[in-house]
Design a protein around this ligand. Structure first.
Ligand code: F6R
Length: 613
C-alpha cells in the first residue's frame, strides 16, 4: 500500500527520493508526489499514475540545478482510500500556510470531525483526503515548534499513521512518527533516510531503526532523536538489514514474479537450513521459545492469516492434525477479533504474514495476546511489526518478495509449518524413526521444486490453451484443497481471469451449474489419499464438457490418461507434495498472465502490504 520516503543529507535529494519511490512501487499505488525545500521555499510535484510519470514531470518542471542543490525532501506513493487517485488527492499535502508538507500512510478515522472543526476556523481544503486534514491540524498546532505541533496533532487523531513532515519554518529537520503503519529509519553516513520499508533504504545503508507505535523522531543528516508522543525520550536499537540491493532486483528475469518462482529451491533451502535435526528426528526452531513441556501442554493450534498466508495456514491445519495429533483450526484474520474468539493459555496462535504488517493479522495478534493465548508469528520481513509484537516465532528467510503475487513466501510458510508440526508431532506422538523419515521429506523440498521448474516450457505451452478463457475452477481434496484455493488466487490476481478454488466434492453442490463446453477445470489429482474420489469428481466435470488440466504425480500414467492436459509433480509425502504442486500452478498463472499481456508484478488495485483493515 502507500509508500513513504524521506531524505536529509547530501545533494540531489530529489533523485534519491524518486529512486526510493521506485523501490516501493511493488507495494501497490496509483499516484505519487514529492516535496522539497528550495532556498526555504516549499516546492511540490505530484502526478496520478506511475512514479515514472512523476519523475518525468518533475524533471521537466524543475531546473536541473534545483536537483543538484537540494539536500532534503519527502515523497509518497498513494494507494487511494479517501478520494480517487487524482493529482489533487496525491500526497504530499500542505497546511493552510502552505509551509508545512505531509506524507501519510494509514487512515485518520476522525478526519470528518477534525475537518469540520478546522473549516470553522477558516481552513480551506482542496482534496478529499484525510491526510490534508492532518497537515492542517499540524499547522494549526504549530506555535514555533514543529515537533511539539506534530505531537499535539497526533494526540487528537484516531486511526493509523506513518508520517513524514517537512516545514519551511524549520528547514533543517524532518519529523516522522508511526502508529500502525511502519516506518524504518536508515542510519547513513552523513545522511538519514526513512521509508515504509527497507527496500527504499538498501542503496544507502544496511543500518536501520524500526520505529514502534507512538514513536516520533526528529531527523537531521547526522542525528536521530526518538521520543514518545508525550515527549519522553525512548531508545531503539540499530539493526542490520542483512541483504543487499541485488536481492531486490530482477536479475535478468522479465518479472519479479518469475524470478521469485525460480528462487524457490534456494528460498526453501534457506528456510530449512539448520532447522532439521536428524539425530532426534525433529526440527530446531529456537525462535518458537518453547520447551517440550510447553508443547506437550498445548490443546489447540489456531492459525491466522489473510490471502495467500491464509491458504498456507490451511495446509498447516492438516499438518498439525496429521503429524502432531493436535486439534488445529484456521481463522481469517479480519474476522478474528470481531468474533470474540475463545482462547486460553493452552492455545497456540500462529500469525502468518509475509510482510508482517497486514493490519488485520496484526489486530488478530493483539486480540490473541489480550486473551492470554500463546502467540507466535511466521513472518518473512525481519523486524516487521507482527514479528516484533509477537516476540517469538520463526522467520521464513525467503528473501525480499517484490512481486505483489506471493510465491516463495507461500512455499516457505508451508515448509516452516511442516517443520513446526514435525516438532510438535515428535513431542506428542512421532517415534524417532517417523520423525527422521518426515525430516528427510522436508529436506528434499528444494530438489522437488527444482524438478517442477524444469517443466517451465511445457507449462508455458499448456498455458496457451487456457489463456483465452474468462473463467476457471481449481479443485482439490485434503491438503490439496488449499493448493486449489491458492492456484485460483494466483490466476485471478495476475491474469484477471475469474478463477475459483473449491473442494472437489463441493462442486456438485452448486458451482457445477457454471460448467459449459470447454470450461477449464484445474484438478489437483496427485497420488494422495482421496485421489479415487477426485477422479470421480473429474469425470463429473468432463461429462459436462469441461476441459481438464490435471496436476498429477510423476509416473501415475493412469491418472494422467484421464486428463486433457497434465503437469507432473514428483512423488513425495502428501503434505510435502503441496509445495511442488503449488509451484506448478504459480508457473501456470504466470504464463497465462504473460500471454494475456497483463501487468504481472503490480496487478491493478492490489497492494503488497495491506496496512488498512
Ligand atoms: C496474494 C497475496 C496476498 C497476501 C495477503 C497477506 O498473492 O500476496 O493475498 O498473501 O495480503 O499478506 P501478508 O502475508 O503480508 O500478511
Amino acid at each position: 500500500m502507500c509508500g513513504i520516503v524521506g531524505y536529509i543529507g547530501k545533494a540531489d535529494a530529489p533523485t534519491v527520493l524518486l529512486n526510493g519511490l521506485r523501490r516501493l512501487e511493488y507495494r501497490g499505488y496509483d499516484s505519487a508526489g514529492i516535496a522539497v525545500l528550495d532556498n526555504g521555499q516549499m516546492v511540490i510535484s505530484k502526478s496520478p499514475g506511475k512514479v515514472s510519470a512523476l519523475s518525468e514531470r518533475t524533471r521537466a518542471d524543475w531546473p536541473a540545478e534545483r536537483f543538484s542543490r537540494l539536500t532534503m525532501g519527502i515523497a509518497h506513493t498513494r494507494w487511494a482510500t479517501h478520494g480517487p487517485p487524482t493529482e489533487i488527492n496525491a500526497h504530499p499535502h500542505l497546511d493552510q500556510s502552505r509551509e508545512i508538507a505531509l506524507v501519510h500512510n494509514g487512515i485518520i478515522e476522525n478526519y470528518r470531525a477534525l475537518r469540520a472543526r478546522l473549516e470553522g476556523k477558516g481552513h480551506h481544503f482542496y482534496s478529499e483526503t484525510d491526510t490534508e486534514v492532518l497537515v492542517h491540524l499540524i499547522g494549526e498546532c504549530d506555535k514555533g515548534n514543529l515537533f511539539q505541533a506534530v505531537c499535539d496533532a497526533l494526540h487528537q487523531v484516531e486511526g493509523t499513521f506513518g508520517i513524514a513532515v517537512l516545514s519551511a519554518r524549520e528547514p533543517e529537520k524532518i519529523i516522522t512518527a508511526r502508529r500502525g503503519s511502519p516506518i524504518v529509519i536508515g542510519v547513513g553516513d552523513g545522511e538519514t533516510i526513512i521509508a515504509s520499508d527497507a527496500a527504499a533504504i538498501l542503496a544507502h545503508t544496511q543500518r536501520v531503526i524500526y520505529l514502534d507505535d507512538n514513536d516520533i523522531a526528529i531527523l537531521t543528516a547526522d542525528s536521530i532523536e526518538i521520543r514518545d508522543l508525550n515527549n519522553v525520550p525512548v531508545t531503539r536499537e540499530i539493526a542490520e538489514l542483512g541483504y543487499d540491493e541485488t536481492a531486490a532486483e530482477k536479475g535478468g528475469y522479465g518479472h519479479f514474479m518469475l524470478k521469485e518462482i525460480y528462487e524457490q529451491p534456494d528460498s526453501l533451502a534457506n528456510a530449512i537450513r539448520g532447522r532439521l535435526d536428524f539425530n532426534v528426528g525433529s526440527s530446531v526452531l529456537a525462535g518458537m521459545g518453547t520447551s517440550p513441556r510447553d508443547l506437550a501442554e498445548l490443546s489447540r493450534v489456531v492459525l491466522i492469516g489473510c490471502g495467500t498466508s491464509l491458504h498456507a495456514s490451511l495446509v498447516g491445519e492438516y499438518a498439525f492434525e496429521d503429524l502432531a495429533d493436535l486439534h488445529a483450526e484456521v481463522q481469517q484474520a479480519a474476522e478474528f477479533r470481531y468474533r470474540n474468539p475463545i482462547l486460553g493459555s493452552r492455545d497456540l496462535v500462529i500469525a502468518i504474514s509475509q510482510s508482517g504488517e497486514t493490519a488485520d493479522t496484526l489486530a488478530a495478534v493483539r486480540e490473541a495476546n489480550q486473551k492470554g493465548a500463546f502467540v507466535m508469528s511466521l513472518c518473512n520481513v525481519v523486524g516487521s511489526t507482527i514479528a516484533r509484537e509477537t516476540g517469538r516465532g520463526v522467520y521464513l528467510h525467503a528473501g525480499p518478495e517484490i512481486s505483489v503475487a506471493s510465491t516463495k513466501a507461500f512455499t516457505c510458510q508451508v515448509a516452516v509449518l511442516l517443520m513446526m508440526a514435525l516438532k510438535l508431532g515428535r513431542g506428542r506422538r512421532f517415534s524417532r524413526e517417523e520423525g527422521i523419515r518426515f525430516a528427510r521429506e522436508i529436506e528434499h523440498l528444494p530438489a522437488l521444486v527444482a524438478q517442477v521448474l524444469l517443466q517451465n516450457d511445457r507449462i508455458a505451452a499448456i498455458a496457451e490453451t487456457y489463456a483465452h478463457n474468462e473463467h476457471a475452477f481449481f479443485i482439490g481434496r485434503g491438503p490439496m484443497y488449499p493448493v486449489a484455493l491458492e492456484g485460483a488466487l494466483k490466476l485471478k490476481e495476475i491474469s484477471y481471469i475469474h478463477a475459483e478454488g473449491y473442494h472437489a466434492a463441493e462442486l456438485k453442490h452448486g458451482p457445477i451449474a457454471l460448467l459449459v463446453q470447454g470450461t477449464p477445470i484445474i484438478a489437483l489429482a496427485c497420488d494422495v489419499p482421496g485421489k479415487d474420489k477426485m477422479l470421480g469428481n473429474i469425470e463429473e466435470c468432463r461429462a459436462r464438457g469441461a476441459r481438464i488440466l490435471g496436476i498429477v504425480t510423476e509416473g501415475d500414467d493412469a491418472t494422467a490418461a484421464c486428463m486433457d492436459d497434465f503437469i507432473e509433480v514428483p512423488r513425495c509425502h502428501p503434505l510435502v507434495a503441496t509445495i511442488p504442486a503449488v509451484v506448478a500452478l504459480q508457473l501456470f498463472a504466470y504464463h497465462v498472465a504473460r500471454i494475456r499481456g497483463c501487468e504481472i508484478d503490480q496487478p491493478r488495485n492490489l497492494a503488497k502490504s495491506v496496512t488498512v483493515e
